[in-house]
Design a protein around this ligand. Structure first.
Ligand code: EPU
Length: 418
């Protein structure tokens, strides 16, 4: 298995470009199933999760053409299978996003239940309940969600918890349903807004994106368009946190500062000087950061996908910080690995109490999810000695060319082949 070798201790300087958002690209790729003509999706990041999505669509018989600079043309008119098999869904839970579009457009779907996850139980009950309320007949058999529908109809859906892919799945289904669907307590994440914008470009009628109530007027058909997904706010935040930890000055370009306000506020609280422009953020850091306390929450709260990176920052911060994880039940695996690098972290239920230490020391580490792995890379960038991060296929699921981007900023990092 490939691994990353990182020799810590260098400041980061320079400029990097932020890729398209994984968590926006995945639902938009699923939305191509709704279009009655070819659709081109641009600013697609070159990531393992995207390859998995392309494989999933390809196996259904959908025609895919990759153009220059990761523009993907998708034509769903050739579809002949409506099944998302376990072997793909188990590597990428977001495969569940095809459920709503398949039922809405083709009236049938068989999607494997995703099963266990390294960061918590992550059920999909709200996706299923919402589709049932819209008229789909759904059974759970042989580990699969099996659904049938004539034409879905609008419904009033009250989400018990705010769910990002749940909202996206139901929004896509409602876009082609007969009548009006109202989703209450909808997720407000920018990626949900991006999907709504895409659907509206395709001829859909989605209102209220970015608020907690979505009103979706179903239409009879949606057409293909050229759509470019929004920049990755979590990738942006990860690199900014790296600079706040390592020191230096870095400008991240092709991003959207407005999507990262709470993260930028926390980086400022940690002592970073942050300047922003229309599509760039520059962070300057001298000396050690101050440890900060954070509590994760659905957008516009502090993102759970930035929690692990802030644990790494606190681990070398001045003072102490409490990191409270409120979105997922078991998302502190990285803390146990950081302890092996000398971090002073005490986990008590959903809270990690972190007392910053002067220095971390290198160790072989690995993690079981994407953001946890990224946080270990950040810890490696400041640790004494050579850190080896194993199981980096997690990182490749969500960070485009992480070692190239960090090396471009002066980090001593390289990938070792299998
Ligand atoms: N939940 C339920 N029932 C459901 C659905 C969700 O109880 O039917 C609960 C979950 O167990 C969790 C909470 O709702 O406690 C929120 O989960 P959500 O459904 O919002 O998560 P998700 O849609 O599965 C997306 C991102 C995650 C990100 C979360 C939270 C994608 C493809 N994934 O997951 O991204 O952490 O929202 O913001 O958009 C990542 O990129 O590393 C990642 C894990």
């Amino acid at each position: 298995m490939e691994r990353l070798l990182i020799r810590g201790g260098r400041p980061l300087e320079g400029e990097i470009r932020i890729s398209g958002a994984k968590n926006a690209a995945l639902p938009v790729m699923a939305a191509t199933l709704l279009a009655d003509g070819p659709m081109t999706v641009g600013n697609i990041p070159h990531l393992h999760d995207i390859t998995t999505t392309m494989e999933l669509l390809g196996r259904m018989g959908v025609e895919l053409t990759v153009h220059e600079r990761m523009q993907v043309e998708v034509d769903a008119s050739t579809i002949k299978s409506f099944r998302a098999p376990y072997e793909l869904v188990k590597t990428m839970r977001a495969s569940i996003l095809v459920l709503g579009p398949l039922l809405a457009r083709f009236g049938r779907a068989e999607v494997s239940l995703p099963g266990g996850c390294a960061i918590g139980s992550r059920p999909v009950n709200l996706h299923v309940e919402g589709l049932r309320a819209m008229g789909a007949e759904i059974t759970i058999e042989d580990g699969y969600i099996k659904g049938r529908a004539e034409r879905l109809h609008g419904a009033r859906l009250r989400m018990e918890v705010s769910t990002v892919t749940g909202t996206e799945n139901l929004m896509m289904a409602a876009a082609l349903a007969r009548g009006t669907t109202v989703i209450e307590n909808a997720a407000r994440e920018p990626e949900v807004v991006d999907l709504a914008r895409c659907l509206n470009g395709m001829g859909g009628r989605v209102e209220g994106a970015g608020t907690s109530t979505l009103v979706i007027e179903g239409v009879d058909r949606l057409h293909g368009i050229e759509y470019s997904v929004l920049p990755d706010r979590i990738e942006t935040g990860t690199y900014l946190t790296a600079v706040a930890m390592c020191g230096g000055r870095v400008k991240v370009k092709d991003t959207q500062p407005a999507l990262l306000e709470v993260v930028i506020d926390k980086l400022r609280e940690a002592g970073a000087v942050v300047e922003t422009g229309a599509d760039w953020i520059e962070l300057t850091m001298t000396g050690r950061p101050r440890a900060v306390s954070i509590t994760t929450a659905p957008y516009p709260g502090f993102p759970t996908d930035m929690q692990a990176q802030f644990c790494a920052l606190d681990a070398i911060g001045i003072g102490a910080g409490d990191v409270v994880e409120k979105v997922f039940e078991n998302r502190f695996m990285h803390c146990l690995e950081m302890q092996r690098m000398g971090a002073d972290i005490h986990i008590d239920g959903q809270t990690a109490h972190i007392r910053g230490v002067d220095r971390l020391t290198a160790a072989p580490v690995m993690a079981t999810d994407l953001r946890a792995s990224a946080s270990l890379v950040l810890a490696g960038l400041v640790a004494d000695g050579e850190t080896r991060v194993d199981r980096i296929y997690h990182i490749d699921r969500g960070y485009e060319c992480i070692e190239e981007k960090l090396a471009q900023l002066g980090a001593d990092i390289r990938r070792l082949p299998e």
